[in-house]
Ligand binder design. Structure first.
Ligand code: HEC
Length: 204
């Protein structure tokens, strides 16, 4: 039993991994369980040198990297081609967002996104977000909560437009795209200061 499993293991676990781990087998109720413990630096030094390659994985292709490289910066760097209107956004909102954030973005089981109370309560996109471009980054990356990454660029631009118009930051006929979204000046911009600390003694 142990012999069989050990043979299977030695096929699936690369030899180099075995060389730097302490492998323990124990039998409980006829089932074999395997435990690993990291080798100490001394044990590792005395083991055989690691090979150049472990023989698995593959190089990351530009396409695979592009799928992960989705961040959008405050100045709009990273925004993709595409565009969306407030009316487009209203449709997408009704399908994918209102169930959690409320029909008018006033909040529901999830946070309110619409509201301009300058006291900052409750915190919303309208009174607390310094950059409009964060809407693209966040929605594209994380929403809808149950299916992030499924919206098209046009849908995300439309949603950003709808949320900004609901907050009375842009006009109802505005179109959002890679040029217009970064040009939106958010009411909360002045509530933040750039963090230009360099990591010296001034950082506490
Ligand atoms: C299944 C519920 C759900 C759905 C559907 C959903 N969201 Fe969210 N959303 C959340 C939750 C949960 C958060 C985290 C904040 C919170 O705890 O409410 C959040 C946060 C956000 C935020 C950041 C709020 C902030 O101020 O931090 C935005 C913007 C947002 N969602 C937009 C959307 C948009 C646009 C859609 C539709 C495409 C959508 N959400 C659909 C649950 C949902």
């Amino acid at each position: 039993m142990i012999g069989t499993d050990a043979r299977v293991l030695s096929r699936v676990v690369p030899a180099a991994t075995l060389a730097i781990t302490m492998l323990g087998l124990s039998i409980t109720g006829g089932r074999v369980s395997v435990t690993y413990a990291q080798a100490t630096p001394r044990q590792r030094a005395s083991s055989t040198a690691l090979p150049d390659t472990f023989g698995f994985g593959r190089p990351a292709t530009p396409d695979a990297i592009a799928k992960l490289d989705i961040d959008v910066m405050p100045d709009g760097t990273g925004l993709p081609p595409g565009s969306g209107t407030v009316a487009d956004g209203a449709q997408t909102w009704g399908r994918f967002c209102r169930g959690c954030h409320g029909p008018e973005g006033e909040g529901g089981s999830a946070a309110p996104l619409v509201g301009h109370d300058p006291s900052g309560r409750p915190l919303t996109v309208g009174n607390h977000w310094p950059y409009a471009t964060t809407l693209y980054d966040y929605i594209n990356r994380a929403m809808p909560r149950t299916a992030p990454g499924t919206l098209t660029p046009d849908q995300v631009y439309g949603l950003a437009a709808w949320i900004l118009a609901k907050n009375e930051i842009i006009a109802d006929d505005a179109v959002m795209n890679a040029e217009t979204l970064p040009a939106v000046v958010m009411p909360a911009l002045g509530r933040f200061v750039p963090d230009d600390r360099r990591g010296g003694p001034e950082v506490r």
